[in-house]
Structures are given as structure tokens and as C-alpha cells.
Design a protein around this ligand. Structure first.
Ligand SMILES: *Cc1c(COP(=O)(O)O)cnc(C)c1O
Length: 422
């Protein structure tokens, strides 16, 4: 029996209605930018497996470091103990984070990184004797699937069973350049009428909203308004972090730095699940007290797992390397050339790019998981390219290590896909 057949007995896949989507393709190995299925067919991983393995799959520089670490220290409780991989990672990460980020708190995935920031924000105010109960988020944001992260994400038909149990969140539109003043007014009004603890946002690019890019100055004004009103700012860089936007972190494009940054996905180069919530010294100091209850009593079992820390360290080393930085430039330029070629195509409604993130909207209305999406997905897979269209958007977010020739193959598959669209 194939993996695809055996899978059906016991496995329940994420984000899947199994009655409609009964089949999961068996993947047997991955190397560099390629995935290999159980029939031996290869696919370019055009979305770096949800933008995690940005240095290519099974990158030997990373796997060797992790394999070595495995022989030395596999796992230890991080409450009361510390270890070299975590200490080294803290030094390396703080050196590339925006300068105001000084303290790192570990968890296990992007959702928990956001939950940690939310809990810290509430407790920061609470510890100061100022109990607050409201969060602000963008209408079309995505921050994860745990309760806190889900609460600050956009509302969708999938939230139905849970909405009554959400945290108190007020949603505002993303600034698009033309509505900036209105959105700031709305924010001011929300802050005036509620006890707002924090504002949660994906800086510059909203991944799950089909790589929606919004106005930098608008965001800057919102952050300024938050600062003036003692509302903490939580930058969810789970998608944008580690070089994708053209800088190490999207927050670097903004003059006003956030109080928290949430990181996961590419943090560990796609090797192991881990997340970090960083924050300022000021946040940390609000928990530092003789009173034990003012501490942050939150912890996950695999906190700062040494193997995951080692993968993260190796990833940061690669990110800073000339090779990877040079290749990022190549990808950025290459996307720009492709954009020139494709943006006036009659079946393309619009295109956008931020760093190595490239997205194009098809000139067609369709359901997010409608038939066209399935047709496009199949087309790409037939062509040996793994892309995952979202709604009427096709986006590319390939590993930094991709070659020009491999990029061309992705572009060709998109060009031929446009012929399928009526
Ligand atoms: C993927 C993602 C998350 C959730 O991360 P998980 O590891 O899937 O829990 C949160 N925020 C953003 C911006 C993401 O892209």
C-alpha cells in the first residue's frame, strides 16, 4: 500500500475537510529546493514548506550542527537550567533584532509566540496596577490557531464554533495609503473607549491574507498612536522574519520599534518546531520583582530545546553569509524582471513584491478553496512545482538558495497556468 492509502486509517490532517479532500500525497524525501513524492516525482518547493526551510531542505550545514548537538545534550528543563545553544542563540539573535529587543522567551510555534506576547502585554499592565481587557488587531490578520492567536486573527467561517469564547478584540482595517487618516482616527477612538492592552499586527505583509501588502506610513502612524497612549505593540514576524522582506525583520523598515516581536517558522530553518517572543527591557522589568506572582508563569515542555536552538543558530549564520545574501538579491531582481513581463497580462489583476515575497492576483473572482484553486494546484504539481494558491492569489516564497533556473521553472508554470484561467 502507498503512504497515501495507509494515511487514511488514522491520520487527521490540518486545515482539511477529509470528505472533500481525501488524499494526501506521500513525500519521501526533500533536498535543497526539491520535494520528492513516493512515486519518485520531484517538485520545486515554491513556498519553502510554509516559508520555514529558507536555506533549502536538509541543508547539511544545519543538519550536521544539529546531529552533533544530539550527541551532547538533547533536552533539559529550561526552568532553573540553561545551556550553550540557548545562550549562543540569544547572543546571535539579539545582535540582528531591532536594538530595543533585549529579552527572549521561548515557546514551540508561531501561535504560542503570539499567545505569550498577548499574555505578557496583559500582565505588564496588570503588574502596574492597570487592568486592561482589550486587544486591537487588523481585520484581515492571521496570528495562529490557539485561542489567543485565533482571537486576534480575522473572522472567518471556520471560527463559528469558537467565536463566543474569544478574547475581547477590536479589529481595524489595514492602512492602504488612501485611508490612513481614517484608520488612525478609528484607532484613537477605540483606545479612548476601551482599556486597550496591545495592538497585534503582521508588519508590512499579511501572509495568510494572500500576501497582502499594506502602507508603511499608515502602520507607522498607528504605532505612533499606540506609543502615545501606552498601548503595547506586538509585531508578529512569524512569516516576515529572517530576511523575507529584504531586511532581517520587517520591523526594521519602521522608525517606531515594537515592544514585542514574535518569531517562528524560518527561525529554525524548517528543521524543528520552536518559537521565540522577544521584548524590550522595559517589559521585562515590569515582571522583575520580589513578589513571585509578578513573574511570568508560563512555560512549554520543550522550551529552548537544544537541538532547535542549534538549528536556529545555524540558520542565522547562513542568513548572514555572503552566499545567502547574494542569492536573496538575485531572487529579488529576478522577481522584478518576471513582474515586468507578467503584470500587464490580461489575466493578471495586480502584482506585488516585498523582498523575496512575490504575489499576483488573477483577474477572476473565486472562492478561496474553489475549483480553480484545485485546478491551479494540480497544474503546478503536474509541472513539478509546489505552489499553494490562496483565493485568486498565486504567490512565490521559495528558499533563498533557489537558482535562477529553478525560478524560471516556477515562472513558466505560472505563465502556463494563466492559459488555464478563462
Ligand atoms: C504561521 C503563522 C502563525 C502561526 O504559526 P504556527 O507555527 O502555525 O502556530 C502566526 N503568525 C503568522 C504571521 C504566521 O504566518
Amino acid at each position: 500500500m502507498t503512504l497515501q492509502e495507509r494515511d487514511k486509517a488514522h491520520l487527521w490532517h490540518p486545515l482539511t475537510q477529509h470528505k472533500v479532500k481525501p488524499d494526501a500525497l506521500g513525500i519521501t524525501k526533500a533536498k535543497g529546493v526539491y520535494l520528492y513524492d513516493e512515486h519518485g516525482k520531484e517538485y520545486i518547493d515554491g513556498i519553502a514548506s510554509w516559508y520555514t526551510c529558507m536555506y533549502g531542505h536538509c541543508n547539511p550545514f544545519i543538519t550536521e550542527k544539529v546531529a552533533q548537538q544530539m550527541q551532547t545534550l538533547d533536552q533539559v528543563v529550561f526552568a532553573g537550567f540553561t545551556h550553550e545553544p540557548a545562550v549562543k542563540l540569544s547572543e546571535a539573535l539579539v545582535s540582528i533584532l531591532p536594538g530595543n529587543q533585549q529579552k527572549l522567551f521561548f515557546s514551540e510555534n508561531g501561535s504560542t509566540a503570539v499567545d505569550v506576547a498577548i499574555k505578557m502585554a496583559f500582565q505588564y499592565h496588570f503588574n502596574g496596577g492597570d487592568k486592561r481587557d482589550t486587544l486591537i488587531a487588523f481585520e484581515d490578520g492571521f496570528h495562529g490557531d490557539t485561542f489567543g492567536a485565533m482571537s486576534v486573527s480575522s473572522l472567518s467561517v471556520y471560527n463559528g464554533p469558537f467565536e463566543d469564547f474569544f478574547l475581547k478584540v477590536i479589529r481595524i482595517p489595514t492602512p492602504d495609503g488612501s485611508n490612513n487618516a481614517d484608520v488612525v482616527e478609528r484607532l484613537k477612538q477605540v483606545i479612548a473607549e476601551n482599556k486597550v492592552a496591545a495592538f497585534v499586527y503582521e508588519p508590512l505583509v499579511q501572509g495568510a491574507a494572500a500576501m497582502k501588502m499594506y502602507d508603511l506610513n499608515g502602520l507607522q502612524s498607528l504605532l505612533a498612536c499606540c506609543k502615545e497612549n501606552d498601548v503595547l505593540t506586538i509585531a508578529d514576524e512569524v512569516m516576515t522574519g529572517f530576511g523575507k522582506t529584504g531586511k532581517n525583520f520587517a520591523s526594521e523598515f519602521l522608525e517606531i520599534k515594537p515592544d514585542f516581536i514574535c518569531m517562528s517558522k524560518a527561525l529554525t530553518a524548517g528543521l524543528l518546531p520552536m518559537a521565540i517572543t522577544s521584548c524590550t527591557q522595559e517589559i521585562y522589568d515590569a515582571f522583575y520583582d520580589d513578589d513571585i506572582a509578578k513573574g511570568f508563569f508560563h512555560g512549554h515542555t520543550y522550551t529552548a530545546n537544544p537541538l532547535a536552538c542549534m538549528a536556529a543558530l545555524a540558520g542565522i549564520e547562513l542568513l548572514a553569509s555572503e552566499d545567502v545574501q547574494g542569492n536573496i538579491q538575485m531572487v529579488v531582481e529576478s522577481h522584478k524582471e518576471f513582474d515586468q513581463e507578467i503584470k500587464t497580462h490580461p489575466k493578471v489583476a495586480g502584482t506585488r513584491q516585498q523582498g523575496v515575497i512575490y504575489a499576483l492576483d488573477l483577474n477572476i473572482k473565486m472562492e478561496r478553496y474553489g475549483n480553480l484553486r484545485d485546478m491551479l494546484f494540480k497544474h503546478f504539481m503536474d509541472q513539478g512545482v509546489f505552489l499553494r494558491p490562496l483565493g485568486n492569489t498565486i504567490y512565490i516564497l521559495a528558499p533563498y538558495t533557489i537558482t535562477k533556473k529553478e525560478l524560471e521553472k516556477i515562472y513558466d508554470s505560472i505563465k502556463s497556468a494563466l492559459d488555464l484561467v478563462l
